[in-house]
Design a protein around this ligand. Structure first.
Ligand code: KG4
Ligand code: ZN
Length: 339
């Protein structure tokens, strides 16, 4: 079945058309408009501004996604209904409801965090493998850091995660402390890479909170405080800034990998899935892949374009876990948990 999917949880407005089944989801078109540049000048997402940008972008983005497909070919409309910002969510949800009602199509509701994970079912051709279950998923985004045990596609269990800041939030806050622009994750990665290339000697170690505890709990707010404390010691030179960024990235990636390995040892899954905006981080992708393959499990992470918010992942979730709803009854759920 062909699905038109819509994503509008935060500062991206996205639409995609896809088809497929449990053996893999093929993306026919995926369009994303982002208001991130506007938020850069405020140092973070301003919800009211994000919602207004959603209004401006939603129709052009849906039209672009539908450029080569007629409404007759679409069997269902899917939409992320949470978690996210209320104002942003409303735009996507109301658009999807309207299309489903006027075209008389099924409406499928999608949990945005599950959609991040479902991006691992996107394939380019028939030879691409999809995850085998049970799987452990590490979902790392601006608002979430969760370890999920997926026994079955309809049986997701939260098994661990952060007590305080999410990993993406930690990167965004650390970037702000270091005077780097929003969104901080890619900037921190760039700065960290430069420090590595220039072989700066690491002078000290930022803490790796809870890393030695036999639990799947994580914490990143102390780490951010430790970074802030370092910067209060005096003016930070360009070189020191890069070094601190590298320290920070290594600490966060170290904690994420250690806890995912612990979850792998506890639950012995067949696959390990990395997903969410922070999954774009090369250090995290490489290190986790190495740890997973050393234990003879299969590692999956989406292509970079499907890590940050997009609608292809929403289509994938709708195809592999269809949850049909009565269009008039759907309401956004800003605090929807991952599992
Ligand atoms: O999944 P996402 O696009 O939106 C949410 O659902 O939150 O994730 C956004 C988060 C931001 O905090 C951003 O800084 C982070 O992902 N991020 C990264 C990288 N690219 C984006 N963090 C670390 N390294 C990256 N390369
Ligand atoms: Zn997201």
């Amino acid at each position: 079945m062909k699905v038109l999917a819509i994503e509008s949880t935060c500062d991206e407005t996205a639409a995609a058309v896809a088809e497929g089944d449990l053996k893999g989801v093929r993306i026919l078109k995926s369009e994303v408009a982002s208001s991130a540049e506007i938020h850069t000048k405020y140092g973070g997402v301003v919800p009211e501004v994000a919602a207004r940008e959603q209004v401006k972008s939603i129709i052009p983005v849906v039209e672009q996604a539908m450029a080569k497909v007629s409404a007759d070919e679409v069997e269902a409309v899917a939409v992320s209904f949470g978690p996210g910002l209320m104002g942003s969510l409303l735009i996507g949800v109301e658009t999807a409801k309207t299309l489903a009602l006027s075209w008389q199509r099924k409406l499928i509701k999608v949990n945005h965090m599950k959609a991040h994970v479902a991006a691992n079912w996107i394939v380019n051709d028939d030879s691409t493998k999809v995850p085998t279950l049970p799987a452990i998923a590490l979902v790392v985004s601006g608002g979430h850091t969760d370890l999920i045990l997926i026994n079955d596609l309809d049986n997701w269990k939260w098994v661990g995660g952060t007590r305080d800041d999410a990993a993406g939030e930690a990167f965004d806050k650390a970037a702000r402390i270091l005077g780097l622009p929003y969104p901080g994750g890619p900037e921190m990665e760039k700065a960290s890479k430069q420090a590595e290339e220039q072989n700066f000697k690491l002078e000290f170690r930022l803490p790796r909170p809870l890393i030695n505890e036999d639990s799947l709990e994580m914490s990143f707010s102390g780490l951010k405080e430790a970074l802030a404390k370092e910067t209060r010691k005096g003016e930070i030179s360009g070189e020191r800034k890069l070094m601190l960024a590298r320290e920070f990235v290594e600490a966060v990636v170290g904690v994420l990998c250690t806890k995912t390995v612990l979850a792998m040892e506890k639950f012995q899954p067949k696959s390990v899935l990395l997903a969410g905006g922070v999954a774009a981080n090369q250090k995290l992708r490489k290190l986790l892949q190495k740890e997973v393959e050393a234990r003879e499990m299969s590692f999956f992470t989406p292509e970079l374009k499907y890590c940050g918010d997009n609608a292809a992942m929403v289509a994938a979730a709708a195809i592999i876990m269809p949850e049909q709803v009565v269009a008039t009854s759907l309401r956004p759920e800003p605090s929807l948990p991952t599992a």
